[in-house]
Design a protein around this ligand. Structure first.
Ligand code: FES
Ligand code: FES
Length: 151
């Protein structure tokens, strides 16, 4: 079985897996990194959203072979030691989560958005496609704006 090496949350890891294994299963089942959630498996719900070389991506529809030699960040890699990422802190401050299932993906999407667009408009935020069955969209929007206003 081929081996694939990549950087995951600051550490170099190597996994043996068929090259077309979805990265979501590599993360969750092989590496025990369960922040990226399984919702649809077809790139629609965005519950699995993580970062590949700093850009939001959906590991449920990304082969492990496509991550080789690259940098993968999940929600587990966002905080700086005991210090939460400002977006995580804004989520806490705003009590954004309800059941929480979609929230790692929501946060990773928000971090990527704010990295490329530090002061997003409502229209920019409307382009976020992460689904929340609990309907936390208003609080997600408020938290993103709070981070933008404080940066
Ligand atoms: S599980 Fe990846 S987009 Fe739905
Ligand atoms: S907080 Fe429950 S699905 Fe979003």
């Amino acid at each position: 079985m081929p081996a694939f090496t990549f950087v995951l949350n600051g550490e170099t890891v190597t996994v043996d897996a068929p090259s077309d294994t979805a990265m979501l299963w590599v993360l969750r089942d092989m590496l025990g990194v369960t922040g990226p959630k399984y919702g649809c498996g077809v790139g629609v719900c965005r519950a699995c959203t993580s970062h590949l070389d700093g850009d939001a991506f959906n590991p449920c529809v990304t082969d492990v072979a496509d991550c080789a030699g690259r940098t993968v960040t999940t929600i587990e890699g966002l905080a700086d030691g005991d210090t939460l990422h400002p977006v995580q802190q804004a989520w806490l401050d705003g009590d954004v989560a309800q059941c929480g299932y979609c929230q790692p993906g929501q946060i990773m999407t928000a971090v990527a958005l704010l990295a490329s667009n530090p002061n997003p408009t409502d229209a920019d935020i409307d382009e976020i496609e992460n689904i929340c069955r609990c309907g936390t969209y208003v609080r997600v929007r408020e938290a993103i704006k709070r981070v933008a206003a404080s940066s």
